[in-house]
Write a protein that binds this ligand. Sequence first.
Ligand SMILES: [Zn+2]
Length: 428
Amino acid sequence: METFDELYYTDPYAREFDAHVTSCTPTDDGFAIELDRTAFYPTGGGQPGDRGTIALADAAAAQAPATGEKDEATAADAESGSDGEAEPEPTLAHVREAVPGAEPGQVVHLTDAPLPVGAAVHGKLDWTWRRDNMEAHTGEHIVSGIVHRLYGYNNIGFHMGEKCIEVDFDGTLTPEQALDVERRANAAVRDNVKVKALLPSPAELEAMDYRSKKDHEGQIRVVVIDGVDSCACCGTHVSTSGQVGLIKILRIGTKKKKTRLELLCGRRALELCEERMDQLRDVSNFLSVADEEVPEAVRRLSGEKDELKHQLKAANRKAIEQEVATMPKQDGALVSYRDAADMDELRYLCECVMEKNVAPVVAALSPMEGSDGRINFAISSAELDLRPVCKELNKRLDGRGGGKPNMVQGSWATTRGQAEAALKELLA
Ligand SMILES: [Zn+2]
């Protein structure tokens, strides 16, 4: 049986309240405080619990700032009156999270400090946090209601994080459909319709059309957004849709006939837009183009990079051909160590040496780019089966790789000196 008589339900806009401490017990990492009434919403229904402070009423009156803007308490509370003697009794506790207690309607405030049982206290919510969650929760109802009405999909998962809200549906949405949902949702925001929390009687409920929790026992709380959605919900919401401000879908993921929408609402959505605009401006400044020309400029840059890579590869191959052409022919193994060459160049050097018959076996080595001390290798021979040699080298030089009888490649975790010594011994 749910109870809906706490302040966060009766007055979801209450930022401060007076109460008395009814219990205070130590926990592993702080204290669990209960009050005779509270405006702190306890974690539940996908919505994170409230944060804030609980101060002794006398201390709260004494320190009440004239501006009254800042919710955070300062470290001065803990320092006042200390001259190295007995620790002063705490006058203020920071609420890390409010969570549900064992009994319905019971709220446990997880804090960093104890407060005396029976004391009169003054609670203050971290209003930015709560307001963000109210905007997010209401925005989620609007989106889920529209998806349900247009496509009949149910909301089967819901998580509100600081980075985004995740909403899962039991059907697939295309990016175009999601964009249409977002536009309709923002139109509902602009319409600024009323958001009401109703506690209908069983008979009234029977006649209502609402989403989710139809098998729930006890009193059902139905959140109605006029003309948009009706949904059973125990969270906190803003009182008109316009207060959601903005709804922005960030990502659409579809898997096995399910869709996950990641979205942001209100202040957090606006902050994200500001951040993205800043990032776009950074890129457009860097590329010296107008914002709207960024996609084309990036495509052009990427094309130029591919072309340069292609030219560089051709020039490197040419240099290898010229180098091999001037090599004197030899009977033993040729080992070529190169300061900067990729695997493709190492293989090409081997091919050229084989083609020009410079040596019966050739090993080309180079440090692996971005690795911590690994060396890439390619070994080629017209006569030898290199696979057993490669196996032995890998064993000695902590390596991996292999290949065909006349061409092997891979990398070793070793030094140039050790690699050259092992090659000299095994390819002699
Ligand atoms: Zn809700």
